[in-house]
Design a protein around this ligand. Structure first.
Ligand SMILES: [Zn+2]
Length: 285
């Protein structure tokens, strides 16, 4: 009996490394980032079809979208590092595999949307596609020192496989065209993504919109003349967001887009920026 037990222990010890992924114990790319909101952001949600070839594989408080093409999958955003295994299970629950992901599009290099990108890119082998500005932040990892929120940002793992998306230059995969739409302001590298999804003859213009929220760490003032370009970027992004063909809006944080379309999403973001500028000027918000 004892011999059998010893044998079993030895056998288990020999087999375990073969069946458990090498990175399961302490995977630096999956180390959790735990701000107060993490649990709320990652409230579980059943993966489901949004429309046509587009699916939600994200969470109650963070959007992650999957687009199925003839040549594999496009994933948009990566949530937090500790969300990666759940995103991968959600993809699997829909009948796909993380290895089918060929492109990972990024809306902004903040930890809540980009914290999981390095692991997702490694696990899939797919490059992360981002604006030139965001790509320079993702390549280094950490956080952008010029970001309005820099003092409150958790650092993210560096992404090694990157592809730069330029506004107006189509991203194509397996018959699907995704257009990058520059929407800087919340971060200077923020990018929204739009594409068409069809069910039979009915097609919809889909928009995955980046956060347009004018928030910052303590001490940062949007009204500081040195930050004029940040405010100008916001205003341009609001104007662009209003004009997008937009039958279905998905926002990086779902609660910011609930019941909204692209126009009303831009309007409420503009109202928040204007209120913030009035507050900084000492006027009643
Ligand atoms: Zn953000």
């Amino acid at each position: 009996m004892r011999r059998t037990t010893r044998f079993c222990i030895r056998l288990t010890a020999a087999i375990l490394p073969l069946i458990a992924p090498a990175h399961a114990a302490d995977d630096p790319l999956l180390r959790p980032i735990e701000p107060d909101y993490a649990r709320q952001w990652l409230s579980p949600e059943k993966p489901h079809r949004l429309f046509g070839n587009s699916y939600s594989v994200g969470f109650g408080g963070l959007s992650v979208v999957l687009i199925h093409t003839r040549a594999g999958l496009i994933l948009i955003d990566g949530a937090l590092p500790q969300a990666v295994r759940d995103i991968e299970s959600n993809i699997q629950a829909l009948g796909f595999s993380i290895r089918d992901v060929k492109l990972i599009l990024s809306t902004e290099p903040h930890y809540d949307h980009a914290g999981g990108l390095a692991a997702l890119s490694r696990d899939s082998g797919a490059p992360v596609v981002a604006s030139a500005y965001a790509a320079s932040v993702l390549r280094k990892g950490g956080a952008d020192p010029n970001d309005p929120q820099t003092s409150i940002l958790a650092p993210i793992a560096a992404v090694t496989k990157l592809r730069i998306a330029r506004p107006g230059e189509a991203i194509r995969l397996g018959g699907v065209t995704v257009m990058p739409v520059a929407t800087p302001g919340h971060t200077m590298g923020s990018m929204s993504w739009r594409w068409r999804s069809c069910e039979g003859r009915e097609c919809r213009s889909m928009v995955f919109a980046s956060s347009l929220n004018a928030i910052s760490g303590d001490g940062y003032r949007f009204s500081d003349p040195a930050h004029r370009s940040q405010v100008a970027a916001f205003r341009k992004s609001f104007a662009i967001m209003r004009t997008l063909p937009c039958d279905m809006l998905i926002t990086a944080h779902p609660d910011q887009g609930r019941g909204a379309n692209c126009r009303s999403y831009a309007d409420s973001a503009q109202a928040r920026l204007d209120a913030r500028l009035r507050k900084e000027a000492g006027a009643k918000p």
